[in-house]
Design a protein around this ligand. Structure first.
Ligand code: NAG
Ligand code: NAG
Ligand code: NAG
Ligand code: NAG
Ligand code: NAG
Ligand code: NAG
Ligand code: NAG
Ligand code: NAG
Ligand code: NAG
Ligand code: NAG
Ligand code: NAG
Length: 440
């Protein structure tokens, strides 16, 4: 009897079942999340204290960006308003009979309430995490309303609403500023925001084909197109950050396999837009790295925590300049585009835009003082992506995969030699090639 109940207890699942969450595969429309299984623990390694840190943060969740709205969302919404399709007689699309669009023209690019709350909550989280560091005198943001308001909410969360403790410095999104801004791609003539759309669209055609066929069989009068399907995937994320949930996230509508198709189409776009697919990308990220390391090493500056808000383009270029999420790492080869085929998914890729650029995505350089068993006493550096430590390739001789001061400076110098020439990479003239906002 006893044995029997013991066996029953054993057969009960020890681990809770895995549940696929579409929002964690929504690329640039993913609400903020921290990874479940970062490569290393988030807290400092044993014997180490963080003494300074620099953060680059994407703005919080918005209703929709201009491009997504005009290209995908608005056309679908208009088509839905003018269709003779009877949705009640369908299976997975029944909800469309009384669904209303959560977005209209006046909302474009504006932060949602959920987004503002999440920015506050990030502020509170970092305040707790760095309770031993001085409250920063300054926080920086580029001048767009969504980056400024994200920074203001962050400050409110960080200071428990004593917002006068921190000054927000706005940095012009000026083409002429070149790399001396939080939007260095704007002054870069070699950069185009449409890079990657061909590759993404090529794969989009592949993964949406069976979806279109299935939905057209269900709803014979609607005539779904590739852009309609893209809009529906995007609405899962956008509607969730607006209303808190969305029927487009239902796994009865799109299966997990189909979500991975949507995600991969996005990964292709960002890979060629601001990632390894284009050599230019790393040169756009290098100025922030250089300036941040200089700020962390500047003993005459009393500021210990440097936080800056920008748009989705910058964090992936910083990731690339640091050599993180590199599909080719540890392969001994560097066949950049072969790692991202356009007709099928490379499931084992490292480059996943949902992890690299969700709303409020943040990449940090932490400087630590360590007296750690088995390591020399001294300063070490590490990189966090959304709180998950990411060891640098060839720069991880310290505790917990961190990098010693000497090696880290060598590493940054080496990356600067490869990617540091902003004007050359951008094919431009004599704009500022480095970032100086942290010097004052
Ligand atoms: C509405 O649908 C009808 C028939 O499908 C079409 O002729 C008409 O152009 C559409 N109107 C708009 C505003 O899209
Ligand atoms: C739509 O389909 C439902 C279920 O098949 C049916 O009850 C209803 O009458 C239909 N509505 C119209 C306007 O045809
Ligand atoms: C339409 O909305 C009503 C009220 O919110 C809800 O009760 C009903 O189930 C909805 N119908 C469908 C088909 O989703
Ligand atoms: C913010 O800026 C104002 C005006 O320059 C200055 O008086 C104030 O001391 C600054 N506050 C902090 C916390 O640095
Ligand atoms: C700060 O103010 C907002 C509303 O303005 C409120 O929701 C929030 O709870 C306040 N936070 C703290 C820590 O008091
Ligand atoms: C369906 O949409 C496609 C793409 O817009 C168009 O070429 C085709 O004519 C449409 N078919 C019907 C039956 O409306
Ligand atoms: C170091 O910080 C001080 C005070 O903020 C500033 O004046 C100086 O320009 C900084 N130096 C460098 C190299 O960033
Ligand atoms: C990515 O990894 C490959 C293989 O190790 C390496 O050759 C290449 O330089 C890396 N790319 C970047 C931008 O670090
Ligand atoms: C990868 O593809 C992009 C876009 O087609 C192209 O610009 C780039 O030169 C390719 N990279 C390599 C190493 O072939
Ligand atoms: C880290 O901080 C703790 C608590 O303040 C202190 O006891 C310890 O000596 C510090 N270690 C280093 C390496 O600074
Ligand atoms: C990085 O800093 C080094 C040393 O100060 C400088 O020579 C180089 O131009 C800087 N590069 C960038 C991209 O800021």
């Amino acid at each position: 009897m006893l044995l029997q109940s013991f066996l029953i207890a054993l057969s009960a699942p020890v681990l809770s079942a895995y549940r696929f969450n579409p929002l964690e595969h929504s690329a640039g429309i993913a609400p903020y999340f921290t990874p479940h299984d970062p490569p290393l623990q988030s807290s400092p390694p044993q014997g180490c204290n963080v003494t300074r840190a620099a953060y680059l943060v994407r703005h919080a969740a918005i209703y929709a960006n201009d491009f997504d709205y005009e290209t995908y969302l608005e056309p679908l919404v208009k088509k839905l308003q003018n269709t003779s399709q009877n949705w009640s007689s369908t299976k997975s699309l029944r909800f469309l009979s009384n669904w209303t669009a959560p977005i209209s023209d006046e909302h474009i690019e504006k932060l949602t309430r959920v987004g503002l709350q999440e920015a506050q909550s990030l502020g509170a989280t970092l305040h707790k995490k760095y309770a031993h560091l001085k409250t920063p005198e300054k926080v920086w943001s580029s001048t767009a309303e969504r980056t400024v308001k994200s920074a203001q909410s962050f400050i409110a969360g960080f200071t428990k609403n004593h917002t006068n403790l921190v000054n927000l410095t706005q940095v012009e999104e000026d083409k002429k500023a070149g790399a001396d801004s939080l939007t260095p791609y704007k002054g870069c003539s070699a950069f185009s925001s449409s890079y990657g759309s061909d590759q993404s669209s090529a794969f989009g055609k592949v993964y949406t084909k069976p979806i279109i066929a299935r939905l057209n069989a269900e709803a014979r009068s609607f005539n779904f197109t590739q852009d309609d399907i893209t809009a529906m995937f995007e609405l899962c994320g956008y509607e969730t950050v607006i209303r808190g949930s969305s029927p487009f996230c239902s796994l009865n509508l799109f299966s997990p396999d189909e979500w991975l198709g949507f995600e991969y189409a996005n990964d292709l776009m960002y890979f060629h837009n601001t990632g390894y697919g284009r050599p230019l990308s790393a040169s756009l990220g290098m100025p922030w790295i250089n300036a941040s390391v200089a700020a962390l090493d500047n003993d005459t500056s009393s500021q210990e925590l440097f936080v800056s808000f920008t748009h989705r383009e910058l964090p992936p270029t910083v990731i690339t300049a640091l050599g993180l999420y590199n599909n080719s790492a540890y392969t001994g080869a560097n066949n950049v585009n072969d790692t991202m085929p356009e007709d099928r998914i490379n499931y084992n890729r490292a480059w996943k835009s949902s992890e690299i650029l969700p709303f409020l995505t943040n990449i940090a350089v932490e400087k630590m003082s360590c007296e750690s068993y088995g390591f020399d006493e001294g300063d070490y550096y590490r990189i966090l992506n959304n709180a998950g430590p990411q060891p640098l390739v060839g720069c991880r001789d310290g505790p917990g995969g961190s990098c010693s001061k000497e090696q880290f400076h060598e590493f940054v110098k080496g990356r600067d030699e490869l990617f540091g020439d902003y004007n050359k990479a951008c094919g431009g003239s004599d704009l500022s090639g480095s970032l100086s906002i942290y010097k004052v």
